[in-house]
Design a protein around this ligand. Structure first.
Ligand code: GDP
Ligand code: MG
Length: 163
């Protein structure tokens, strides 16, 4: 059985930046099905020799201020249905928001391995501020700077160990 890791979260948290980093030197998979790649991007990655598929969600990111909650909900549900593991990304720059709580309420029902990633933790100051997200109550908690790659190793070690 193949392992499928979905990256979900509200717009602008850094999902695509992590996706592109995971796909380094690899090609994104272009799905011939109309509409599919507009909403979601698929790619192959591996960590320590363990292969997995990554799904980047959020074709709605363009003009992110007027995103309908319903569209985010739909995307999250599609990813959850398809994935075997879920990376739930939030960002410390903008802090914990209502939509993060709503997304988490959808994700917790999935009963799939769930990894909370607090992104844009570029420095020690932000690492500290990221503790705000403890209140979500997600057991597997990581801080990351997907722009620099720091923190990705810890996440991937745990992710593939749970496959
Ligand atoms: P998405 O909408 O969740 O897919 O977010 P993107 O990956 O498109 O990133 C949104 C913006 O955040 C872009 O301008 C990125 O360059 C920036 N960004 C992503 N990751 C980081 C990070 O770790 N630190 C900082 N400072 N900026 C980041
Ligand atoms: Mg994106």
């Amino acid at each position: 059985m193949s392992n499928i890791v979905a990256i979900v979260g509200r717009p602008n948290v850094g999902k695509s930046t992590l996706f592109n980093r995971l796909l380094e030197k690899r090609e994104a998979i272009v799905d011939a099905t109309a509409g599919v790649t507009r909403d979601r991007h698929y790619g192959k990655s591996d960590w320590n020799g363990v292969d997995f598929t990554v799904i980047d969600t959020g074709g709605y990111d363009v003009g992110s201020d007027d995103i309908f909650e319903e569209e985010i909900r739909k995307q999250v549900q599609l990813a959850v249905d398809e994935a075997t593991s879920i990376i739930f990304m939030v960002n410390v720059e903008e802090g914990l928001q209502d939509i993060d709580h709503e997304i988490y309420n959808l994700l917790r029902k999935a009963n799939k391995p769930l990894y909370l990633v607090v992104n844009k933790a570029d420095s020690a100051k932000e690492e500290l501020a990221a503790t705000e997200f403890y209140q979500l109550g997600v057991e597997k908690y990581y801080t990351m700077s997907s722009a620099t790659g720091s923190g990705t190793g810890e996440l991937l070690d745990d992710l593939v160990a749970d496959f």
